[in-house]
Design a protein around this ligand. Structure first.
Ligand code: ZN
Length: 231
């Protein structure tokens, strides 16, 4: 497989659910204390290690997975440590200013946070063989500029859906395409413990419910946290 960002040979596995966040959530994962990975296709898959192949996507080269996206990974770690410290009631309805999350280089760090989701989105598209062109995704990452159509919504996970706070998972990707095959609206969720993150691709002019109170680094200086509706 070729790296979808630069076209070189893909050699490394990107963690679909970030190892640092999983480690914070599940202090020790082992044969006797496995974690359960939930997705629509793999229900309660038992994992014995955070390095399990089920949590990795092999669609990036070493450089794109490390130095090129290191700042993005760090920005996401900062967000997750902030969110993991919040009580779930606060997680369901509050907000945080980006300059509180990232006191230095706020704008640049906000873009990096956004690019982390662009990277994960691209890996999921490639991994799932979803027919979405990744040209704009790789251009955003290579130029360090935001993808104009990718939005993120963050909030509290409904425990009834998540199966308790000790779980983590990725949803399948829900896609709406135009007749010409281009994506109109694509959405997927990830959850780690009580934190739920919805990542969306919405073509210009699409007004979808999921976009309400969502975050894009060029539009919002504040991240609104919300409760996700019961499905
Ligand atoms: Zn690459």
């Amino acid at each position: 497989m070729k790296c979808w960002i630069c076209g070189e040979e893909a050699t490394t596995g990107e963690h679909l659910l970030k190892a640092a966040s999983l480690r914070a959530l599940f202090t020790t994962v082992s044969q006797t204390r496995p974690i359960f990975y939930n997705s629509e296709r793999k229900r309660n898959k038992r994992l014995q290690s955070i390095d399990s192949k089920y949590l990795k996507s092999k669609s990036l080269c070493a450089r794109c997975n490390s130095s090129r996206t290191q700042a993005a990974d760090r920005a996401f770690d900062i967000l997750m440590s902030y969110l993991e410290g919040l009580p779930s009631k606060v997680l369901a309805q509050s907000s945080v200013r980006m300059n509180r999350l990232f006191p230095y280089c706020t704008r640049a760090q906000s873009v990096q946070l956004h690019l982390y989701f662009v990277k994960l989105f691209g890996c999921l598209v490639r991994e799932g063989e979803v027919p979405i062109d990744l040209g704009d995704f790789s251009a955003a990452i290579c130029s360090g500029k935001p993808h104009p159509d990718i939005y993120v919504a963050i909030g509290a996970m409904d425990r009834a859906i998540a199966g308790g706070s000790g779980t983590a998972g990725l949803s399948d990707m829900h896609c709406d395409f135009y007749k010409d095959g281009k994506p109109a609206f694509v959405a997927w969720f990830m959850h780690m413990g009580d934190v739920c993150i919805q990542v969306m691709l919405a073509a210009a002019g699409e007004h979808r419910d999921g976009l309400i109170n969502s975050w894009h680094p060029s539009r919002n200086k504040r991240l609104l946290l919300r409760e996700f509706p019961k499905e």
